[in-house]
Design a protein around this ligand. Structure first.
Ligand code: COA
Length: 336
């Protein structure tokens, strides 16, 4: 009897062409290339150029993912797009991407779980496909941070970390018993208790009489705020925890995994996590030094780049783990 599973059948990514180096940020704020590299591992990131939108990045990433799966946009049954930097407050970004792909009535939605957004969307797509609701779901992580960060000394702790980019995968039904491709196990968590430790306060529909006012803007409350050390401590605790939980639920061992892909928030976080779990450096792939933190885009960009470079291919066992605002965290183990 064939069992219906869901697998990742293609991946693609797109980052804007404009490279912004640490030296360029030195000209905008009181920071140094050395500080940024030492604390985060980041050397440069990409920013959109004037006129370039989140939907542009999402569209290119989707087209590349579809191409790698050998599919056309018309083959897609649904688009799930994870983002914390929606093109518009509503309807978000996914509807603009859908239009760009030339699709007329394919369902789409934005999903918000910040830097864990891609893993939340992947988990959702896995369930939809396994259940038989859809055969092919495009899962996208897409962020434009550069238009929403405080590029002055006041905002430097956050601003230096983030970059723009999008990654996408095709989640497709697999009913072929001879094809090992499968999203094997996904685990998600959240802790709203810490929602304000890493957040953007304004605009807020809880604020009356209007969502944003001059006072909020002057106080720069429309920019992200982060308790960096608090976030760091929780990330290095939660990521190993959920990674081990996921592998153990799948009856897999750390040594079975061919490649670990960690959310690219900070190279130091990932080195610490890998060290704690005894994961050798050659089993981790990073691109934070070139792209910074692309939030929901980070993990799919990493997966697509790893597969482009031949680090993974059909049959590889890949474990993806992330942590972010909410707090939210999760892990997924997949056989490609
Ligand atoms: N350049 C230079 N100095 C900076 C700076 C920057 N970009 N940002 C902050 N500083 C300064 C601080 O003002 C502080 O100065 P002070 O000692 O005079 O007060 C000093 O550097 C140390 O700041 P601190 O925040 O304690 O540094 P840190 O060692 O905790 O490193 C982070 C800061 C942000 C790199 C680190 O906390 C981190 O990576 N946190 C997790 C971030 C994360 O993962 N976020 C996204 C989750 S999805």
């Amino acid at each position: 009897m064939t069992t219906r599973r869901a697998k990742i059948s293609g991946a693609g990514f797109y980052v804007p062409e404009r490279v912004v180096t640490n030296q360029e940020l030195e000209a905008l704020m009181d920071t140094t290339d050395e500080w940024i590299q030492q604390r985060s591992g980041i050397k440069e990131r990409r920013y959109v150029s004037p006129g370039e939108t989140p939907a542009d990045l999402g569209q290119h990433a989707c087209e590349r993912a579809l191409q790698s799966a050998g599919l056309d946009p018309q083959d897609v049954d649904m688009i799930l797009l994870a983002t914390l930097s929606a093109q518009h407050e509503f309807p978000g970004t996914s509807f603009f991407v859908q239009r760009r792909l030339g699709l007329e009535d394919t369902p789409c939605m934005d999903l918000r779980a910040q830097c864990t957004g891609f893993l939340y969307a992947l988990t959702t797509a896995n369930s939809l496909v396994r259940a038989g609701q859809y055969d092919r779901v495009l899962v996208v992580g897409c962020e434009v941070h550069s238009t929403g960060i405080d590029l002055t000394t006041e905002g430097r702790d956050v601003a230096v970390l983030f970059g723009d980019g999008a990654g996408a995968v095709v989640v497709e039904a697999n009913e072929d018993d001879s094809d090992p491709g499968e999203i094997i196990e996904c685990r998600l968590h959240a802790q709203g208790e810490h929602a304000k430790r890493l957040w953007i306060e304004f605009p807020s529909s809880a604020h009356q009489p209007t969502r944003i006012d001059q006072e909020a803007v002057l106080a720069k409350k429309h920019f992200p705020r982060m308790e960096g050390r608090f976030v760091f401590k929780h990330a290095v605790t939660r990521m190993p925890e959920v990674l081990q939980q996921t592998l153990s639920s799948a009856s897999l061992k750390m040594e079975d995994v061919d490649l670990f892909l960690f959310h690219q928030a900070n190279l130091r976080i990932n080195e610490y996590v890998a060290g704690q779990l005894g994961i050798p450096p050659e089993k981790c792939f990073s691109n934070i030094e070139r792209y910074g933190n692309c939030s929901a885009g980070s993990i799919p960009i990493l997966l697509a780049e790893a597969s482009e470079r031949g680090l993974v291919g059909p049959g590889s066992l890949v474990c993806m783990t992330g942590f972010g605002s909410g707090f939210s965290w999760g892990s997924a183990v997949v056989r490609l």
